[in-house]
Write a protein that binds this ligand. Structure first.
Ligand code: HEM
Length: 148
């Protein structure tokens, strides 16, 4: 047996070592469609927040595309129902969903303002809009997310 005969085994071991730890926890519940939309927003928010610390007009198109991802994520989320609804008594569910939709509408408006600020290179205002969005997120999660 020379070392070459071990190659298939070594290859499998290599892939398991490098890629297996990156797999999602199999015991974790699968993400809801709302969770997926939220994660997309989260990635765009983090990147944009970093970018706007030292913005440059040359990168405006990229900032606008990140704001676009936020907008699409919020619009998708607006049409979905948080898991929390099913944990409430049936007579409270519709009220909660209405309040959730109102909060999402506010978020969509804030994202619209952010987009305008970026378009106009008003970077201070854009950073303020990002702070308002973060606040909306904190309140939204407190009111509509199931506690872990
Ligand atoms: C840009 C703003 C926001 C970001 C970046 C964001 C991000 C996230 C993230 C990362 C999760 C966890 C997803 C998972 O692990 O599956 C989540 C969950 C959630 N978020 Fe947000 N969020 C934002 C705004 C909001 C707002 C405004 C509301 C409510 C009006 C909201 C309601 C929820 C709910 C209900 C969940 C739990 C998902 C479910 O019930 O299925 N989020 N969000």
């Amino acid at each position: 047996m020379n070392w070459r005969s071990h190659l298939p085994v070594l290859t499998v071991l290599f892939y398991l070592t490098v890629f297996a730890p990156a797999q999602a926890d199999p015991a974790a519940p699968p993400p809801t469609p709302l969770g997926v939309a939220m994660k997309q927003m989260s990635g765009a928010y983090k990147e944009l927040s970093f970018d706007l610390q030292q913005p440059s007009d040359a990168n405006k198109a990229h900032y606008l595309s990140l704001a676009g991802t936020l907008k699409t994520g919020a619009q998708t989320s607006r049409g979905l129902v948080p898991k929390k609804a099913a944990t409430l008594p049936p007579d409270q569910q519709a009220t909660m969903v209405k309040a959730y939709q109102k909060s999402m509408d506010d978020l969509i408006q804030q994202i619209g303002a952010l987009t305008q600020d970026i378009q106009n290179s008003q970077w201070d205002d854009a950073r303020k809009a990002m702070a308002a969005i973060k606040q909306q997120m904190i309140v939204g999660h407190k009111d509509f997310r199931v506690k872990k």
